[in-house]
Structure formats: structure tokens, C-alpha cells
Design a protein around this ligand. Structure first.
Ligand code: AMP
Length: 392
């Protein structure tokens, strides 16, 4: 059965087609700069990558090109061979605890949640409507970034702010990257059994940690928005909100400008003064750049802080898992973080930590908490949910 896994952003659309239930990737691709004059797309098939520059005025034009390419590449003969489309939706509020088949009701609810995710939900919904326009009768599934975190208790998700902010306006911690953390929980249970306590560290350009007990989320570091938690590529992570009016008055910036600075001009970009890309900051650090060293120290400190919190919340974690771009690839960051737990007897096996592409345990036999590297796969998780829901 052929299933498409889709992630639509405001000017981009990524897709992967899977043969399910084998979870075999058939073809994948990315459409970028949709709506701009220099839009283009790349398709990856059989180990080859092809780039095409085509003006795509909107997402529906990209979807049409995508489907025609599937026929050109002979992966399908007609559109009805696509038996389901799974869409990544960022915000499901507290309404969705798991993935659901998309109905008019679901679209209506996600529309109502737009104020909680003004940048992401509208773009995700455009993805849904574009596919619906072309594949009218194909079942579609919504996979929410927030859903996995809905098992958090009030102690974890409530902020100490006026209670009616929560009751009247839904101000609470929601958490994000849920599909990735759920994938990690699922892989870990296949590898090490179900009754484990895991700290999942999704460290990419965006980054969040998640405490997982027996496959369920106990706590997570992102909050009401994806700005909270650890230091990220260009996002600040946790700050004292009191600095916002101070900066506004000192710089005469508007509230929107300051929020833009916190989302796009902060994090590793601001600390290093070089780049939001961890590879560049790491290179600076290794060649002795002082600001890059401070940036890397703060970065790993914040990750270690959250690991400490979750180790306590879990009353002793069994595993710390590193995943996503930085977590999977940077042995330097992993070492800087884990070295901070030497006092607890957590120890890396240096050789395993330095092995490129490792997917498994990287700590020593006697490490008190096992450290694991796993590559995450949100696309396959979307395809799994879609396959399951349309076969129910
Ligand atoms: P993601 O958001 O998961 O795609 O992760 C993107 C981040 O991963 C970027 O900051 C990259 O610099 C970082 N990254 C990718 N490969 C490496 C690597 N080999 N070493 C360090 N960081 C990496």
C-alpha cells in the first residue's frame, strides 16, 4: 500500500512516499520557495537527486507537479494508487491526544487553533487543502506535533500565571517535536523493552527534550510555543520575560521586532556571532574561538540542566537518547553534555561516541545511565499512523 507522508510549511512542502506496512521509502522530495519567482523542487529516487526550477504560484501547483512526477518516475500509474496521505500538523491544542482521520470537523478545529500556532497551522492546513483539491477521495490523516505530550500532568503543563489565562485562553505548556519523541519511544521499546525511563534529546536546529516513562511523555522542554527550553540554532530558549519591555524601551523596537529577535536572531547565532548552524559553531570552538567556546558551553549546559530535571522527575532515568541533526551527528556536543554527569557515573565509550553514523549505545558497560544515539524518523511515524488509521 502506497502512503504519502507530507510536511507543508508556509513556502515549502516535503514529501516521502512509503510502501506500507514494509516502511520502505519509494521516493521523496522537497518543494521550496513556493509562491516566489525562484521556486524549485528536488526529487530523490533510487539514490539519485534531481533539481528542477519551476515557478509554483501556490501549494496546489506543487502538489500537481508532485503527483505528475510520481507518474513520470513510474512509481504509480494513476493517482488512486495513493491510498492515504498523512499530514504533519503542528498544533492540536489539548483536543488531540493522537493522530486522527481528517474530516471537516478536524479542519474546523485546527482552524480554531490557529491563534496558538499562527505561523505553522495555516501553512499545514494549506498543505491539507491542496492535496484535497487534487486527491478528492483519498483518506488523509493529521499527525500532531503536540499529541504525544498530552499525557503530561497538570504539575508539568501549568504555568504559575493567573488561572483564567489557562481556563479562558488555553495558556499552558503544549510541547512540540512530539512525533519525533514518540518515534524514539517506539524504537527504544523495540530495542530495550517497554518499561523504561528515557530522556529523549531531540537536538536539531530546533531542540527539545522529553522525559518518557513506559512509552508516555511525562514532561518536555518546549512550552506554550516552541521558543521555550534549551538554546537552539536561532531561538533563545528559556529567558526572563522581564527583559522584553526593557529591550523595547532601550532599543525602541516593537514587541513584534523583539519576538522576531528571540526567534530568529538569538540562540547559537547570537552567542557565537557566526552562525545558527552547529557545524560552524563547533568548528569555531575547535579552532579556539572564544565566543564559540562560550556558546558551546551554554548550549551543553542547558541540555544538561534539562537532563538533570528529567532525571529527578523520572526518579532515575535508564537511558539518555540523542537524536536529530546535532544529536545524531555531533560527538562533541554529546561529550560536552554527558561529561557533566561524570559525578553520577554516566560515562561515554569514546570510541563509540566518535563512530560516525552509530545507531545504538555509546556509553560504557558500567555507565549508570545508558547513553544512546538513534536517528529519528518523523516521516515514517506519519506513514505508520496513516496506515493504521485507514486500515481500522
Ligand atoms: P535538524 O534541525 O534536525 O535538521 O538539525 C540541523 C542541525 O544539525 C544544524 O544545526 C546542523 O548544523 C546540525 N548538524 C548536522 N550535521 C552535523 C554534524 N556532522 N556535526 C554537527 N552538527 C551537525
Amino acid at each position: 500500500m502506497k502512503i504519502l507522508s507530507v510536511n507543508a510549511g508556509s513556502s515549502s512542502l516535503k514529501f516521502t512516499m512509503f510502501e506500507m506496512p514494509e516502511e520502505k521509502v519509494i521516493i521523496s522530495g522537497t518543494f521550496e520557495k513556493i509562491g516566489l519567482p525562484d521556486s524549485f523542487y528536488t526529487i530523490k529516487y533510487n539514490g539519485e537527486k534531481n533539481r528542477n526550477e519551476v515557478v509554483m504560484k501556490d501549494h496546489t501547483s506543487s502538489v500537481k507537479i508532485l503527483l505528475d512526477e510520481l507518474i513520470n518516475y513510474k512509481v504509480i500509474k494513476s493517482y488512486d494508487e495513493i491510498e492515504g496521505v498523512g499530514h504533519r500538523l503542528v498544533h492540536g491544542g489539548d483536543k488531540y491526544t493522537q493522530s486522527v482521520l481528517i474530516t471537516e470537523d478536524v479542519i474546523d478545529t485546527v482552524n480554531k487553533l490557529i491563534p496558538l500556532a499562527p505561523l505553522h497551522n495555516p501553512a499545514n492546513l494549506i498543505g491539507v487543502s491542496s492535496f484535497k483539491e487534487v486527491l478528492k477521495d483519498t483518506p488523509m490523516v493529521a499527525v500532531f506535533d503536540t499529541a504525544f505530550h498530552q499525557t503530561m500532568e497538570k504539575e508539568q503543563y501549568l504555568y504559575a500565571v493567573p488561572y483564567e489565562w489557562y481556563t479562558n485562553h488555553g495558556v499552558r505548556k503544549y510541547g512540540f517535536h512530539g512525533t519525533s519523541h514518540r518515534f524514539i519511544a517506539s524504537e527504544m521499546s523495540k530495542m530495550f523493552g517497554e518499561n523504561t525511563k528515557i530522556i529523549s534529546c531531540h537536538i536539531g536546529n530546533g531542540a527539545s527534550l522529553c522525559a518518557i516513562k513506559n512509552g508516555k511523555c511525562v514532561d518536555t522542554s518546549m512550552g506554550f510555543t516552541p521558543l521555550a527550553g534549551v538554546v537552539m540554532g536561532s531561538r533563545s530558549g528559556d529567558i526572563d520575560t522581564g527583559l522584553i519591555p526593557y529591550v523595547m524601551s532601550k532599543t525602541k523596537k516593537t514587541f513584534e521586532d523583539v519576538m522576531n529577535d528571540l526567534n530568529k536572531k538569538s540562540g547559537m547565532l547570537a552567542l557565537s556571532g557566526i552562525s545558527s548552524d552547529l557545524r560552524d559553531v563547533e568548528e569555531g570552538y575547535l579552532s579556539g574561538d572564544a565566543r564559540c567556546k562560550t556558546a558551546m558551553d551554554i548550549y551543553s549546559d542547558k541540555i544538561a540542566d534539562y537532563i538533570s530535571i528529567y532525571n529527578t522527575e523520572l526518579q532515575g532515568a535508564d537511558y539518555i537518547v540523542f537524536t536529530a541533526g546535532v544529536g545524531e551527528n555531533s560527538s562533541v556536543v554529546r561529550k560536552m553534555v554527558i561529561d557533566r554527569f561524570a559525578f553520577l557515573g554516566v560515562k561515554l565509550d569514546e570510541e563509540k561516541n566518535n563512530t560516525r553514523g552509530i545507531n545504538g549505545i555509546i556509553s560504557t558497560e558500567d555507565s549508570t545511565i545508558k547513553v544512546v544515539v538513534l536517528s529519528t524518523d518523523e516521516e515514517v511515524m506519519i506513514a505508520r499512523d496513516t496506515y493504521e488509521l485507514i486500515n481500522k
